[in-house]
Structure formats: C-alpha cells, structure tokens
Design a protein around this ligand. Structure first.
Ligand code: ZN
Length: 428
C-alpha cells in the first residue's frame, strides 16, 4: 500500500473523527447554529442573511437562549466576514454553547471544509448541530477501474463512489469467425488470431495509459464481458503487471461491451465487492493471529506499548488500526513538583486523568500541556517509517477481535522483533 493511500485513509479518519466531535456537542436549548455555504455563494448574501437572523433572534423569549443564539450569530458573522469567497468545496460552520455537566456550558466553534462540494446553502438553529450533508461524505469515494470487452469492442471507465465515468471505447477490426467462404480456413483462422492479438495489445495499452497514473488510488480493476475473451485477456497478461495484480477475481459475465456494459459490470460486482473487502480484513487478521501463535520469532506485535516500540524501531510492515478507535495522547504537567508525564486514553476518559492527583507529589492541580489525536500520531509514525496502514472495520469477527482483544492496534512486522526489555537474558 502506498503513502498516498495512507494519506487518503488518514484524511477520511480525521474527517469522521471531526464529525463525531461536532455531533457530540449538544446545547441546553435551541441554540446551536449550523451554517452551510456552498461554493459560488456570495459572501455578502450570507452576511445579509445572518444580519436578518440576528435581528429575528432578539425576539427569543428565554433570556439565556436569546443571549446564546445572538452570541453564536455574531461569532459566525465574524468568521464568515474573513472569507472573500467560499473555498472550492464550500464551507460549514458550527457555533454554539455546548452543555457540560449540570449547568455549565462551553462555547464551541467548528469550521469544516468538506472533501466533496457542498450542494446545500443552509442555516439551522437547533439543540444539536446539523450534520446530514457532511455525514453523506464520510464514505471515502472508492475508485475502481472498469473494463468490459470481447473481440469486437472494449470500453474502459472508472467507478468513483457510485458514479460511473466512461473513459474510452474502441471497436476492433477482428473479422467475424463465420461467413468467410473461399479462403483457406487455416489461413483465415491465423489471420483472425493475429488481429485479435493486436486488438488485445491495444486494449492493454489503453488500460495502462488510463489506469497506471492512478494505480495507487485504484482499489482494484473489474474486468467483464460476454464469453471467454476476458479470461483469455487476463491469462495472457496483456496488462502491465501492476494493473494485472489489481484485477478482481472472479471476472464478471456481462452481456454488453459498451457504456451499458460498464453499468452492468458495476451492478454485478457490487455484491461481490463488500464481501471481498471483509474477506481481505479477515485474511489480514488471520495472518496476524498466525504470527502471534508462533512460539518464537513471530512477525507480529500488538497492544499499544509493543506496537509503538516496533514502529520506533522501524520494524513495522503493516500497521492495523480499528476504525472505531477514538483515543487521545495527552501530556500532563504538575506545577507543584514539576513532574511531566504522558498518558493515552479514550476520548471520554481524559477528564478523569486530569481530575486525578499528581502521581508523584499528590497535588490536585495538574494541567494539560498537550493533547493529540492518538490515531493521527500512529499514522504519522507509520508514514515516516514507510509502513503501510490498514483501517479495519469491526464488521467481521476478526475485526472485532482487533478492537476488543488487542486494544485496536496491532502490526505485521518486517522482521522478527522482540521488545528489548522482554528479551531473554543471554546465557553466560
Ligand atoms: Zn506533582
């Protein structure tokens, strides 16, 4: 897996995580303001709209709610004013006072530039932030190469998310096998085979030209068509070897080799693909378990401490992270004795750590120095040691095992590696 694929996975993870955080912010009343500005919207129009909402909100009966809503809109106007025009994909603002504990609130502001263009302009004031337009973007738009072919025609295209983009279509000059009387049947047969070969070479070249530059982004290539031509094309490796490896098995039987054939191919493949993804996850966790079971020199590490140490040693080949892992890495300082220490903890337990006394002097006044996203840090460490990263869903039993039994983190290693402290003492 390449670095750009790791970047994509990280971007997707960070986006999801941010949405979770925004979704968790709840107001004590209808006072959480969401504003979606689509690309191309005039900022002056948005400001006009906000000024009007501001004026309206002075009629809100509850004094606290009124104060909070007016604060939110004012704060929004300050943010929006800083834009000359919306960013390429538009921008979403979330401003409000989130409830913390019985009667405390904390002002929060989130600004999100979405990974795909927003097609909504929307203002909403509610007790939670409105996230539907962004939630629909959480799923990384996967990209697949598409080829439908027989001896007469080939069509190549891309599947991005749910959108099919036809890229190229070509008819072959291969004569039909039937209805050519007079010529020597043997010679004619050879001529057909030669023409077919030339056509397959051309198909391979077109696929290389269209797909090789995108090879790191392609999850795979779906190959289909009527009859046995697709199997022949696959077996005779007309594609560049890096594309050849990406061809999804099985090949798909479809009736057409034009744009309609591309649609047919995607329909056929959709049921198979989700299954394949899960199978691949199962396979990789099974491989991990196999390594862990080995009595010695297994190529695996699991649990936070060992995985971090293996990453630091550059021993990690593939880092496996549970998709649902939500953890922070915090640095804490005690001003009384100067003690500084680090902890990692689930998001919702960070407050508990801060409420505990200093482990060294017992002072109750410890402070947070730094708080970082644990998974983002893992990705950074993996990328800097050229390890690849795989997010594992918990849809399969194996995925769930990674989340529960291994704390959501494990690694396949490049070479057998043992944490130094646990190494057996050398015989005298
Ligand atoms: Zn202390």
């Amino acid at each position: 897996m390449s670095a750009s694929s790791a970047d994509l996975q990280l971007a997707r993870y960070s986006f999801k995580r941010k949405l979770d955080e925004i979704a968790a912010a709840r107001g004590r009343a209808t006072e959480m303001v969401s504003l979606y500005v689509s690309p191309g919207k005039q900022i002056s129009d948005v400001m006009g709209y906000l000024r009007n909402e501001y004026a309206q909100s002075s009629n809100i009966k509850s004094r606290t709610t009124r104060k909070n809503v007016m604060w939110a809109i004012e704060s929004l106007m300050n943010r929006v004013r800083q834009y000359k025009e919306p960013p390429a994909n538009g921008v979403a603002f979330f401003v409000g006072n989130k409830a913390v504990g019985a009667d405390k609130t904390d002002p929060v502001t989130f600004i999100v530039e979405p990974p795909e263009p927003l097609n909504t302009y929307l203002y909403r004031c509610d007790s939670t932030f409105f996230l539907d337009p962004l939630q629909s973007m959480v799923h990384e738009p996967e990209m697949w190469g598409l080829i439908v072919m027989d001896r007469a025609e080939v069509t190549l295209g891309l599947l991005r998310g749910k959108r099919i983009e036809p890229l190229r279509n070509r008819q072959s000059l291969v004569p039909s096998k039937h209805g050519r009387g007079g010529q020597s049947a043997h010679r004619f047969e050879r001529m057909i085979e030669h023409a077919a070969h030339e056509f397959f070479v051309k198909c391979g070249e077109m696929a290389n030209e269209l797909f090789l530059p995108k090879k790191d982004l392609l999850k795979g290539i779906l190959l289909g068509g009527p009859g046995a031509t697709k199997e022949y094309f696959y077996k005779e490796t007309y594609l560049h070897y890096e594309l050849q490896q990406k061809i999804v098995q099985p090949l798909f039987d479809v009736g057409y080799t034009d744009e309609y054939g591309l649609r047919e191919l995607v329909e056929r493949a959709t049921q198979t693909l989700h299954g394949l993804e899960l199978t691949e996850e199962k396979r990789i966790i099974q491989q991990l378990l196999g390594e862990i079971r080995k009595a010695e020199a297994g190529l695996a590490a699991y649990g936070e401490r060992d995985v971090l140490a293996a990453l630091a040693a550059g021993a990690v080949d593939t880092l496996l992270v549970s998709e649902g892992l939500r953890r922070r890495h915090v640095t804490i300082r005690c001003p009384t004795c100067g003690n500084e220490f680090e902890r990692t903890a689930p998001d919702d337990e960070v407050d508990k750590i801060l409420a505990a006394p200093c482990p060294k002097c017992g002072s109750n006044a410890i402070t947070l120095v730094r708080s970082a996203d644990y998974v983002e840090e893992l990705f950074e460490k993996a990328t800097s040691s050229s390890a690849s990263v795989r997010m594992i869903s918990s849809e399969s039993e194996e995925g769930e095992m990674l989340a529960k039994a291994f704390g959501g983190v494990a690694a396949l290693l490049r070479y057998p590696w043992v944490r130094p402290a646990a190494a057996a003492p050398r015989a005298a």
